[in-house]
Design a protein around this ligand. Structure first.
Ligand SMILES: [Zn+2]
Ligand SMILES: [Zn+2]
Length: 151
């Protein structure tokens, strides 16, 4: 996405076309999620925005997230046992969770998959795909430490 896609007017426009009144808190929360594709928790969003917005309350972050979720602009993400996180990428996509550093990466999924996995007679509306393992940088680190042990 281009930097201009994060402008207030752009975000304002997106909210209006989703039928949502663009409040200042909602715009800040959505922009944060668009810029930080690391699936933050509500608390992390609050702590990141607070220094620039001293009047922002924790409750208004939660309320903004709930409103954005209802309008389909953000997606909540529940990864087995992890706290609730939020994603501004609302197309179906898979998540890769690194067991070592805990980072969550997005990866694309073929659109037909949800329907393909669904038994006959059921209507698939969305799917969650979660893959666990090691991310490239942790993989490199573990290869390096294995080499050190050998030498
Ligand atoms: Zn990692
Ligand atoms: Zn995601």
């Amino acid at each position: 996405m281009k930097a201009s896609d994060y402008s207030n007017e752009q975000l304002d426009q997106r909210m209006r076309s989703a039928g949502l009144r663009p409040s200042s808190a909602r715009i800040h929360v959505l922009r944060y999620l668009e810029k930080n594709r690391n699936h933050p928790t509500a608390d992390r969003i609050y702590k990141a925005l607070r220094p620039d917005l001293p009047s922002l309350s924790r409750a208004s972050v939660y309320n903004s997230l709930a409103a954005l979720e209802r309008s389909g602009l953000v997606r909540p993400l529940t990864l087995d046992g992890c706290e609730l996180r939020y994603d501004a990428f609302v197309e179906d996509h898979g998540h890769f969770r690194c067991e070592r550093c805990g980072a969550i990466h997005d990866f694309p999924l073929a659109h037909s998959e949800a329907a393909d996995l669904c038994p006959d007679g059921f209507l698939a509306r969305r799917k969650d795909v979660l893959v666990w393992g090691l991310c490239p940088s942790c993989l490199e680190e573990s290869a390096e430490s294995a080499n050190e042990k050998q030498s």
